[in-house]
Design a binder for this molecule. Sequence first.
Ligand code: MG
Length: 382
Amino acid sequence: MSKTIVHVDMDAFFAAVEVRDNPELKGKPVIIGADPLSSRGVVSTCSYEARKFGVHSAQPIAQAKKLCPHGIFLKGDMEKYTLVSKDLMVIFDEFSPLVEPLSIDEAFLDMTGCEHFYKDLYEIGVKIKARIKDKLQLTASVGIAPNKFLAKLASEKEKPDGLTLVKEPLAFLDSIPLKKMWGVGPSTYSKLISLGIEDIPSLRETPLDTLVKSLGKQGYQLYRLSRGIDNRAVEAADQNKSIGNEETFLIDIEGEKIHQALLQLTDKTARRLRKQELKCRTVTVKMRLPDFTTFEKSHTLDEATSDTDILFEEVKKLAKTYKGPFRLLGVSLSNFSSIETLNLFESEEEKSKLWETIDSLQNKGFDIKKATILDTEPGKHD
Ligand SMILES: [Mg+2]
């Protein structure tokens, strides 16, 4: 049965919220990122006016200032964006019982079975966009397709304020630059180029053997994606699940030892997270004082991560309001997403098909890279 998957992504989200709330910013290059007085940090979001000057997400602020010296640089107000995001998620819930948030400003909606409420599939997008505009005075771009991979590409196709319905997956894919494909970052891209693959049609024509030889498991994924195949289900975020570690100390700890213990706990927990191919958004620190008083402090990041350094930064911030000594410390991670793990295998059968290909190539003497680390882009909110 064909599915109807909708991907909704807000346009220049943080910048758009600022322009909405400060009309004098309208039509101006607005750049959200680090402290405007320092040149540290990276651009988190920028308005489309700023993009004309070559400013983009994840660019160092210093560079953005060179490109767009008259730009309006704002630190951003995460608390406000989080509140808008909550309203956005409520709108998504009105449309679909199955919503998978990907970040603060985007989500997949599985609308399979809801189609008959609408004149046609296109109207689903029109209604969602109108509701967002009406309730939040913000624009979103929407992609509608038979699977997540295509829906996400589709929402990006006509940004900003776009609406793209994928009727013919292959023809649609052929209009997408190879670099835009999921999992094709700089290193994968240069490997593909070295194989003579410069676009999606030529990727599709490349034999599976060739792709797997050069890219391992990812070669198989690209083989399938180039055919528009992606069987991943839309999965509602499970708020109850968490991964955590805690430690009770023989002697209450204080000073530098607290730092060390938190780092070890974070590292251990982050490893478990990565082992399960997950990323998390919520970090929780548990602290127990010698008199057994216990505190728990949490923070939710705007972007899911499995990076120990980023997680440890959060842990430190959460813990710093309390002084030791501590009898127990704990770190737990929750609010998972598995979006960037690109696990495309629907069944064990599919998986074993890949391993058969890999094994047969290895038997012929090829050295197959089995690593599945995909190139991923830094967090951005386009
Ligand atoms: Mg966005």
